[in-house]
Ligand binder design. Structure first.
Ligand SMILES: NC(=O)c1ccc[n+]([C@@H]2O[C@H](COP(=O)([O-])OP(=O)(O)OC[C@H]3O[C@@H](n4cnc5c(N)ncnc54)[C@H](OP(=O)(O)O)[C@@H]3O)[C@@H](O)[C@H]2O)c1
Length: 294
């Protein structure tokens, strides 16, 4: 199979690229900036470029690219919509034409956070932010295109590449005697390596006919405070991590107070176990410390 991965320089795309070396399929990697070697330049908001790269011989398009700056999206919703909704629509149309499967990613931020039990795929989205609205519009563009698709909503991604909450907290805890982290937003962290492994599992086990909308994060429940305290502890740092309320750190974008997602559908459909976020963090920290030491 020929598989096009867009957003190959991002957290998830990079993890898929690493794991694809074990596959016999042909992978083509793209991002808005190529690297002159293994990643080609492709702006997915440009219809001509999408036509050029999603060709009749493409079997799967994996779209890991997105506009993920939740704060900036509040003042630049137009760009967020272009990247997170218009471009997935272009990819979906091109995938339909090529009879390819589109694997696309969305977010827990499509929910308003008023629930107190995990959100299922049937629960009604009601985004609180421009970012959430743009990602929901992207889901709809893919769903309404008539292409074969899998959409995976994920949450709180972290990895060794790019900026993310793990790295921010690791840096802060290394340099400060104490930090404050919000405890009134609850969700689930997701190690991008686990999500990439799951996507490769679908490809390698020929499960591409199981189309639809799914939730995939790590298992378990955490507040940002829980996640930060665990990062500090696993890294062996002595920083004091204190809980605080969201109101102490006002932001432009409203975030859901509760965005835990129910993973039963993904587990039952694909026969996978989903690692608990703390177990996954522990494994991740070992790799992080190893790379810090070399
Ligand atoms: N990060 C999270 O916590 C999180 C949470 C929930 C859901 N998600 C979703 O999960 C997926 C993967 O996220 P991620 O964290 O791996 O993303 P990421 O690290 O932000 O990577 C996205 C990549 O896409 C590239 N890109 C942006 N615009 C593009 C365009 N027009 N054409 C081609 N490439 C473009 C970016 O380049 P530049 O960096 O140069 O812009 C970047 O390399 C996304 O759909 C995201 O919305 C992420």
């Amino acid at each position: 199979m020929k598989i096009l991965v867009i957003g190959a320089k991002g957290q998830l795309g990079h993890e898929i690229k690493k794991q694809s070396h074990l596959s016999d399929h042909e992978f083509v990697f793209a991002d808005i900036q190529g690297d002159g070697e293994s990643i080609i330049q492709l702006d997915m908001t440009d219809p001509q470029q999408v036509q050029q790269f999603v060709t009749a011989d493409t079997d799967v398009v994996i779209n890991c690219a997105a506009y993920n700056d939740v704060e900036k999206a509040e003042t630049d919703e137009q760009t967020a919509m272009k990247v997170n909704a218009y471009a997935p629509g272009l990819l979906a149309d091109a995938a339909k034409k090529a009879d390819a499967l589109l694997i696309h990613f969305s977010t827990d931020y499509v929910f308003d956070g008023k629930a107190n039990t995990p959100y299922t795929e049937e629960d009604a989205p009601a985004p609180l932010s421009a970012y959430g609205r743009s990602k929901l519009a992207g889901e709809k563009a893919v769903q309404e295109s008539g292409c074969r698709y899998m959409i995976f909503r994920t949450s709180w991604l972290y990895s060794l590449s790019g900026r993310n909450f793990f790295k921010t907290i690791a840096d802060k805890c290394a340099g400060s005697p104490s930090i404050k982290v919000v405890m009134d937003q609850t969700g689930t962290p997701t190690n991008a390596e686990d999500l990439a492994y799951f996507i490769m599992h679908i490809i390698e086990n020929d499960m591409l006919d199981k189309t639809g909308l799914y939730h995939y994060s790590n298992d378990g429940v955490a507040s940002w405070f829980d996640f930060a305290a665990a990062i500090n502890q696993e890294l062996g740092y002595t920083c004091s991590v204190h809980p605080c309320r969201t109101s102490e750190f006002p932001t432009k974008a409203a975030r859901p107070a509760y965005s835990v997602m129910d993973k039963r559908k993904v587990k039952e459909t694909f026969g996978v176990e989903v690692p608990h976020w703390h177990d996954s963090l522990r494994v991740f920290v070992m790799g992080y410390l190893f790379f810090q030491s070399i």
